[in-house]
Design a binder for this molecule. Sequence first.
Ligand code: SF4
Length: 339
Amino acid sequence: MEGIGRLECARYPFLANAGEYIADKGFTIEAFGTDPDLVPFIELAMRRIEAAASGLVYSSGLDAGDASEQSVDREVFSFVVATVLLRAAGARSLVRRFALSESRRAERFLERSLARESRERDMPARLLEGLFSVRVRRADYGYGVPVASYVRRSVNFHEREWKLVNRDVHAGLVRLTAHQVVRLVRQELADHIAERIRQSPTPPTLPNFEPHVARIRGLSESLEPKYAEVTGEHPPCVKHAMAVLERGENLPHSGRFMLATFLLGRGWDVGRIAPLFKGAPDYNEKTTLYQLNNISGAGGGTRYSCPLCDKLESQGLCHRTAECEGIISPMQFGRRREA
Ligand code: SF4
């Protein structure tokens, strides 16, 4: 993107300009991999990666408004080094997590800039148009996004509020808040970051990077879901949800709820279900266990049941095959014929 400033480089370091920023400062990747004085930037890069591995979003002085030159340098350098380390480690599942975590971080800045009453609001709009061809128009009510752009993205959301029929449309534009605009492009932002890492050349082996690359490989392996025991007669919707997680892609909350309630209904305990969610790009062990315990009714709460097929269908989670004939709940799958 043309004409982005140094502050934007810090907020959105996945833009091509971040590499130029480093070069303009007189640094190279080789320098980060060999110069002992630059090791603190590698440690910051690891903090970014470790935050992502834990399902968290990295925070720094920039979030608190520190726009000094040192702060901007730390942001850009640590992001670029993090991507180099991930590429060197070949850590596929961690790349997806990192991309999602960094896209959420960028969302914070995008949303704040969109919400401000200043010319700063133009930058997010330019970024969205430049990267994803989404034309965001400012209006009295907030923002307007052309219907076609909106529908192409919202089709992946399962919550009712995102259905076009539930939105306010005026003169061909869907009315959205700043928060909704950035939510609309979350997945594309994450895909963009992940793709940039995958497309980057494999970096050379450099001494400062070596121990960190090994640590990233270990982290990545610990995050790989174990699927050996997942076989048998699960319905297509459940198999599909598991495959999404196995590929390290995002499964909507409604899909996670379906998977958890189905397996609980089939007698799995929370400890056996939780590792399946390790494949989710935003996986966080504590949150996952908390949510599973909540759904399972642990401690005397409500135990939730697996939703019925028509509800799953309306949520876009149904992947019906001929074997689903005549059932109304995934819990009946494979059992009806035994009767
Ligand atoms: S019909 Fe029911 S069991 Fe079959 S895929 Fe759809 S939701 Fe799942």
